[in-house]
Write a protein that binds this ligand. Structure first.
Ligand code: 01A
Ligand code: AMP
Ligand code: MG
Length: 506
């Protein structure tokens, strides 16, 4: 077993002087040997704060060289980074920190977040800032100056290494605990299935956020472990991305269908993208119309990767002609079972069921942080239940057909309708509401609110209210429908399928 840090340390021994990461917006860069030095320094710095190995530390950072160093340094020190989306509102982040019994947080320059954490967790809660540190704040740039810890990393395969959040059931997002043994296979599938090879020829587009498993394992760790140079991007500005690919002759990119649709809309040409030897996409269903355009634009190897935070890659398709069909991955065994059935209750070919994936894989997560009930529900009998609807086709290929639960996937982010509905219902003028995902070429699914209002509330009012609410902006509905009543069944459950059909007929 190699840990994530070990993979990067060994790469640095092979190519110490090679540029490991370029921060595209600032132009800053860091060599492999300097990266390891900074990680060692920061690891010692984190331990000097009194943090003990095994403790969890929230990391709330957008993509940057510092973010990469922070994550690797915590991991090097035996601490467990819990990676959180900085797009979440302060109250959402505080809730995750409270739920996860987390000892410290590394944040950027967000005073509102710092204040919220101070208020909820008191003066002893350790907060490290990577930007705009003032008197009394712990500054990450000071921590890095510490001297390296003497003892080597002593990680055991089943030790917790990282926590990544994913939503799907009601309530707070769940923290999936990823063990030390998982790092290798979580990046190596990029070699076995997508065609990456080791060497400094790799010039990798680093668009995916480090706080999700694709961005961390399949982009950041893969690029470093294979001795590539990672062009790390903080914001997604399509013309800038196209320019960087062209100027730097980037050789590979891993994105969501949403990114690809936006690059197409921004006018990307075949010539702009001609250096890309490997183009991988994942995160949500690829709409056929977007795929057709992508196939015209890409001359390199095109791969659709299906995976989850919990199990990483499970299915893939090289040079796909539709967005929905796959074969099992190199590290995977899959089944389609009756929804709600046992793991042996397989459906016949052609019949829709739930996709489950074998837990006999180094890549599999160990548990949901503090949620043994949900862990038992989703991971039992040696299989992980994905909540994705699938069927086995006569030719053996697996077709993904959407979700068996109510999760909405917009731009590769999971959003549970209940979290949006709960906030909408708290508006005094909203008598009832239902939130659903409507298929959309840009977002995969577009968060759509059906609202029953008491008086004269309109979209502008609801928008302003939600912007000021505890709900992260990316979860906000992008479309509203004002209805007389929400269709509900005999047990008062929202009839989401019927609602979607109704909207699509309008
Ligand atoms: O009206 P405003 O100002 O609030 O609108 C703003 C944002 O709120 C809105 N926005 C979104 C989303 C979203 N996902 N859905 C709906 N609205 N994100 C942002 O867009 C307006 C512009 O804001 P921004 O911050 O400039 O947004 P962008 O930078 O353009 O962000 C869009 C992105 C698509 C780039 C962003 O959502 C993103 O980075 N998505 C990728 C998420 C990701 O990494 N997903 C992978 C999860 S891992 C699980 C998985 O699927 C998997 C698959 C395979 C795991 C393992 C394997 Cl092997
Ligand atoms: P998460 O729950 O955040 O781990 O995201 C994983 C979910 O994203 C899967 O269960 C699928 O619903 C969806 N997903 C990921 N990759 C693909 C893909 N290539 N095609 C269709 N859906 C995908
Ligand atoms: Mg943007």
């Amino acid at each position: 077993m190699q840990t994530a840090f070990e993979l990067v340390r060994r790469a640095a021994q092979r190519t110490p002087a090679q540029i490991a990461i370029v921060e595209v917006a600032s132009g800053k860069s860091i060599r492999f040997d300097d990266l390891i030095r900074r990680v060692e320094g920061a690891a010692a710095g984190f331990l000097s704060l009194g943090l003990r190995p095994g403790q969890r530390v929230a990391v709330v950072l957008a993509n940057s060289i510092d973010a990469g160093v922070v994550i690797l340094a915590l991991h090097r020190a035996g601490l467990v980074p819990a990676l959180m989306n900085p797009r979440l509102k302060p109250s959402e982040i505080a809730a995750l920190i409270g739920q996860g019994e987390i000892a410290a947080a590394v944040i950027e320059g967000d005073r509102a977040l710092q204040d919220a954490l101070r208020e909820q967790f008191g003066g002893d809660f350790i907060i490290v800032r990577t930007a705009d540190a003032r008197d009394g704040d712990i500054s990450f740039s000071d921590l890095v100056k510490a001297t390296a810890p003497a003892s080597a990393q002593n990680a055991q395969p089943e030790d917790s290494a990282f926590i990544f959040y994913t939503s799907g059931t009601t309530g707070l997002p769940k923290g999936a605990v990823i063990p030390q043994r998982a790092a290798e296979s979580r990046m190596l599938f990029m070699c076995t299935q997508c065609g990456h090879t080791c060497g400094p020829h790799n010039r990798v587009c680093g668009l995916m956020p480090l706080y999700h498993v694709i961005g961390f394992f399949a982009v950041f760790l893969k690029s470093l472990a294979l001795n590539g140079t990672l062009y790390l991007m903080r914001d997604f500005v399509p013309p800038n991305v196209i320019g960087t690919i062209r100027q730097e002759k980037l050789t590979s990119i891993f994105v969501t269908p949403t990114h690809l649709d936006a690059l197409i809309s921004a006018g990307a040409t075949r010539a702009d993208l001609s250096s890309l030897e490997i183009v991988v996409f994942a995160g949500s269903l690829m709409p056929d119309r977007v795929l057709a355009r992508v196939r015209e634009l890409i001359s390199g190897r095109l791969v659709n990767i299906y995976g989850t935070t919990e199990a990483m890659n499970s299915l893939f398709m090289v040079h796909p002609t539709t967005g929905t069909t796959f074969v099992p991955g190199f590290y995977s065994e899959v089944r389609v079972i009756r929804v709600g059935g046992s793991v042996d209750d397989r459906v016949a070919p052609g019949e829709e069921g739930e996709l489950i994936v074998s837990a006999r894989s180094d890549a599999i997560f160990t548990e949901y942080l503090g949620r043994p009930d949900v862990t038992m529900d989703k991971l039992n009998g040696g299989w992980y239940r994905t909540s994705d609807a699938a069927l086995v086709r006569p030719d053996g290929q697996i077709e993904i057909r959407g979700r068996v639960d109510e999760t909405i996937i917009s731009g590769g982010e999971n959003i549970h309708p209940n979290e949006v509905e709960e906030v909408l219902l708290a508006h005094p003028e909203v008598a009832d509401c239902a939130v659903i995902g409507v298929p959309n070429d840009r977002w995969g699914q577009m968060v759509t609110a059906c609202v029953v209002v008491r008086n004269t509330t309109g979209i502008d009012d609801l928008e302003a209210y939600l912007r000021g609410s505890k709900l992260a902006d990316f979860k906000r509905p992008r479309q509203y429908h004002f209805l007389q009543a929400i269709p509900r069944n005999a047990t008062n459950k929202i009839m989401r399928k019927a609602l979607l059909e109704m909207l699509q007929q309008r």
